[in-house]
Design a protein around this ligand. Structure first.
Ligand code: 173
Length: 323
């Protein structure tokens, strides 16, 4: 063999070996959370990652970088979209700056297990792929209705004159009830309450003890509305670059975590008790007013989504609404 040919042959076989080598190797993906590190969401994420890494030896490893101190809450979506990080734990409301449809996940009216069977997740993934450059891995928080928490008493669903902390989740609904809206990340809620900058805030049924908000909260308004969604999303290119085995492993691990979402049902009950024990009073309305409150929540919520996405909004509403 002439030297030139020999070199070419080596180069060829080396190139051919690269993919084998790459797939045989363990890959490390970087994970960030849009929620603060003291939240239960992050604690559950971290224990899931621990098990993931034990079972994933030789296949895949997750490296938890941190919460909003690493990447600010409202930047996590953009970081996943651009591939600055690989996986984000976030909620749609925090990455409407990537694509506005993300916030619609709060409006799903069936469990995620059913969403996998009835085409919701398939549709979501199509939109998340196309508009977010993300693969939607799964929903790790559900069965957690949102509530309005207040420090001033109200007799009816009228928020005129009240300053309420929001995210996009609550914007249309609380706005329709006349509230003055102030958007903050979760990490700024305590200070806003402490300084009296807001008279209340939106948050799911569970979690207000994680950063001591209960100390600054007098009332929870019932009923709850929508369903809090926290999900894992991965940069699409990263996802597509994984081996079939790695993709399957990662997806299955997330589905296993989804399979433990009944935890959130029990947690909701515990948190309601814990709030009562902490002296937080319940504000509730008569049956007709409660029904109208919920109706307004969904009507304003969907109107907001459809306005921002005339293309996907109506189809999402059809798919996400309980028949
Ligand atoms: O209130 C919020 O910050 C918010 O939008 C949210 C969404 C999902 C879970 C918890 C909070």
């Amino acid at each position: 063999m002439k030297p030139r040919h020999w070199l070419a042959a080596v180069a060829c076989s080396a190139a051919a070996l690269v993919p084998f080598h790459a797939t045989a190797q363990e890959i490390t993906l970087r994970v960030v959370s849009a929620f603060p590190e003291n939240s239960l969401y992050v604690k559950r994420l971290e224990s899931w990652i621990e098990r993931f890494n034990a079972e994933g030896k030789g296949t895949m490893r997750l490296n938890f970088i941190g919460g909003p101190k690493a990447i600010p809450t409202f930047e996590v979506g953009k970081s996943v979209q651009g591939g600055v990080v690989d996986i984000g734990m976030s909620t749609g409301a925090f990455y409407t700056n990537v694509f506005p449809e993300s916030d619609a996940l709060k409006l799903t009216q069936m469990a995620v297990a059913e969403q996998r069977r009835n085409g919701v997740i398939a549709y979501v993934n199509k939109v998340w792929n196309e508009k977010g450059n993300m693969h939607y891995l799964g929903r790790i928080v559900e069965h957690q209705p949102f509530h309005l928490y207040l420090n001033k008493e109200i007799a009816k669903p009228d928020l005129k004159g009240l300053k309420i902390r929001i995210t996009p989740v609550y914007r249309d609904f609380f706005g329709a009830m006349g509230a003055t809206l102030m958007q903050t990340a979760p990490g700024e809620v305590y200070t806003a309450l402490e300084r009296g900058v807001v008279d209340g805030y939106g948050w799911p049924v569970g979690g207000i003890f994680d950063a001591n908000w209960h100390e600054k909260t007098r009332y929870r308004v019932d009923p709850g509305f929508y369903d809090a969604e926290v999900s894992l999303v991965i940069n699409l290119k990263k996802w597509q670059g994984l081996s079939a085995k790695q993709r399957e492993f990662l997806q299955q691990q997330v589905i296993n975590l989804e399979g433990r979402n009944d935890f959130w049902k029990a947690y909701a009950k515990e948190e309601i008790k814990r709030q009562a024990a902490a002296g937080i009073k319940t504000i509730s309305f008569d049956a007709a007013t409660s029904a109208a409150y919920l109706k307004q929540a969904y009507e304003t919520g969907w109107a907001g989504v459809i306005k921002l996405s005339p293309k996907h909004g109506p189809q999402m509403q059809k798919l996400f609404t309980k028949k």
